[in-house]
Design a protein around this ligand. Sequence first.
Ligand code: NAP
Length: 488
Amino acid sequence: MSGGDMAKPLLGHGSMEGDPSITPAAGRTIGVLGSGDFARSLAIRLVCSGFKVVVGSRNPKRKAGLFPSAAEVTFQAEAVKKTDVIFVAVFREHYSTLCDLADVLAGKILVDVSNNTKINHHKESNAEYLASLFPACTVVKGFNVVSAWTLQSGARDGNKQVLICSNNQEAKRTVAEIAQVMGFTPVDMGCMSSACEIENIPLRLLPAWKIPIFLALGLFLCFFTYNLVRQVIHPYIREQKNKFYKIPIEVVNTTLPCVAYVMLSLVYLPGVLAACSQLYYGTKYRRFPDWLDQWLQHRKQIGLLSFFCAALHAVYSLCLPMRRSHRYQLIEMAVKQAVEKKMNIWVEEEVWRMEIYISVGIIALGLLSLLAITSLPSIANSLNWREFSFIQSTLGFIALVISTLHTLTYGWSRAFDENQYKFYLPPTYTLTLLVPCTVILAKVIFSLPCIQQRLLRIRRGWEKGRYVKFVLPSATGEYSSGETSSNV
Ligand code: NAP
């Protein structure tokens, strides 16, 4: 399984949290070179975590007031002499100005916290560059993925992971220990060659969201064009009616639920395809094609975008009666009725349709909100595997079924009304039903005992065509064992 960008630190490298060899380090003196935003936040956090902090500045008198009183602010050389671990909170461009300190820095651990402005900005990473300037020091890359804001607001309120790499295990362990005391989760990213990768991480713009966002935009564009043709272009060409006022709200509001509904089904479709592949090949050990692997990894983002579109649809729908056009249409209808002397316009079937349509819509939105909330890392981490899979898998599928009911009650019998086929184009809702109904049908088929059992066995390691040792209970309740072909 190719790890997504977000998954790399967690999957490819070991978290150092809970490492028994890591001992508490509070009380030790930590040096910080630089007195900027990062240095200040770092000093505050270190002091709060019980460390003694000595800050090295080119102008200590002017900068002292910016730091907590517990931190000592002094000249760079003075600060460096007082500690063995020094955070270099200075930009790469200014590293060379620290060369005068080379002698006092010799034998010490330098923590490179720097970031770049562009991905792969320099040939060598900043940490490797720092190591080349100070060969007598041990350089550790770390803390660059944490912002000054996160440092100040506390690890509970932001990203908790601190990615660390170095060629020196002991130095890496020392920095990991400091990170852990500060409330962060140190993640061992290996040797110094990983520094470049760590420096690129804060520069990536929503790496896991690109595909889902393009997917949502693509679907939006397709459905928007389709609805525009049906709701605006058709009446303009066929009846010379100007319905262009519908574009900002009505057309958008008929497009959003289509996107939300199809996106929700796309969360569950890759699971269906994966199950089909496992059933077909009779094993779970065969690698899925890359596109399916990628798709499976992006389900969370696809689901969140589905929720976003559904929430917008709800807000747009609530605003429909506020429109001037709606008021004019209501008055027009009332006048027409008065002219035609119609006293009762109540259509029982329409009333029921609307009640059910709105009610199931609200339930679907409620379930989608639950799915979205539980996909947030802080909430997801508080659930055990069974709770998480029940909400995301079972409740998610129920949300898809209820959304289907919402769509069907919206469409009602329109699919059978030939007036609804504008330019021979069927009503939009009939198109949206295609993928979700396929997913629901597949899920129903997979729940048939014979298929469910086979799938369950495959997922527990059974493979087609392999001889395995089996254990069967005998009529007396005793177990007998033997060799058999597992695909029989
Ligand atoms: P900053 O506010 O501009 O501070 C940089 C500090 O570097 C200055 O306050 C200065 O302190 C010191 N410095 C030493 N030699 C210097 C020189 N020759 N010219 C100019 N300044 C010199 O920057 P920052 O935001 O704190 O960032 C510092 C480092 O942390 C950078 O490498 C950055 O990539 C990294 N970082 C920052 C954040 C963040 O959220 N800000 C997050 C992650 C990583 P003195 O005048 O006291 O010597």
